[in-house]
Ligand binder design. Structure first.
Ligand SMILES: [Zn+2]
Length: 284
């Protein structure tokens, strides 16, 4: 049953879905890979628009991308090609695919396609806030994300572990900034400073475990404890699938923490502004 459904899914794969959703290295049957006046006339490669995330400042969301130049298609042999797309909205962002394509025999528009790779690389966008949170280890984090997208669990876990271990002081300092804004006492802030200097992550977390601002708790849990638990779990081996699950948890917690820190600091800024405005009005 499952096989039949899989086959049906493969049969109905559109070229646009393939470009948008399928990671490199997977060969699939595409039903509209080619186009032409009739199935027997001259074919060109399909040039339907695709929808991708555009990271330009004006777009910052899903937009239509169009093919920048048509691609002639050879009826008989396997071809290795580059396909270029541009954002139809801002026209300042591009996507390039490296593909291997082959026409299926017979009178159809079908063919098989496989991506060698794409640039920017495959996968959903990484929120700017999480990049801000991990700072200098941006590249390692993005490599981890690439592994995660392709289901490489051990790889993804190893990259994320390196990021968290390298940036543990930075994470603690960010949490301390929120605590300071929310009026933490000097004693508490000193604890954060001491924790940030601590080389052992577990000991550092222990020192500040009661001082984490409530607004940063994820489902009632200390985000740093969650990260540490995930790191310890992944270290004890486990299958590639288990590592993938742990890696995803690390990314989700980091992303959520970044989001909460940003909201906490923003709320505080807005509050200050509001109080300032009220006070000025009062003195007039
Ligand atoms: Zn755009």
């Amino acid at each position: 049953m499952a096989t039949t459904e899989n086959q049906r899914a493969a049969e109905s794969m559109q070229f646009s879905d393939f470009l948008e959703q399928i990671p490199p290295g997977v060969t699939l049957e595409i039903e509209d890979l080619f186009k032409g006046a009739t199935a027997t006339s001259t074919h060109t490669l399909s040039n339907t628009d695709i929808q991708l995330y555009c990271e330009s400042e004006t777009c910052n969301g899903i937009r239509f991308f169009g093919q920048s130049q048509g691609q002639a298609a050879d009826h008989t042999s396997t071809q290795e090609i580059f396909l270029k797309y541009f954002c139809r909205n801002c026209r300042s962002r591009f996507k390039t695919f490296a593909l291997r394509i082959k026409k299926t025999g017979g009178v159809t528009f079908n063919g098989t396609a496989m991506k060698f790779g794409e640039s920017p690389s495959f996968g959903p966008p990484v929120p700017a806030r999480v990049i801000g949170l991990i700072g200098p280890d941006r590249d390692l984090f993005l490599r981890g994300r690439r592994c995660e997208n392709q289901g490489l669990g051990i790889g993804a876990f190893s990259y994320y572990r390196r990021v968290v271990e390298n940036q543990k002081s930075r994470l603690i300092n960010e949490v301390a900034t929120v605590a300071r804004r929310l009026g933490a006492t000097t004693e508490v802030l000193e604890l954060f400073e001491k924790a940030a200097r601590e080389t052992q992550f577990s000991r550092a977390i222990d020192e500040i475990k009661t001082s984490i601002p409530q607004v940063l708790l994820i489902d009632g849990h200390n985000p740093l404890t969650l990260l540490h638990a995930a790191l310890s779990e992944g270290l004890h081996g486990g299958t590639d699938d288990e590592c993938l699950e742990t890696a995803t948890s690390i990314r989700v917690v980091l992303t959520e923490l970044a989001e909460r820190i940003s909201i906490a600091l923003k709320d505080e800024n807005e509050l200050k502004l509001a109080v300032g405005n009220l006070m000025r009005r009062k003195t007039k």
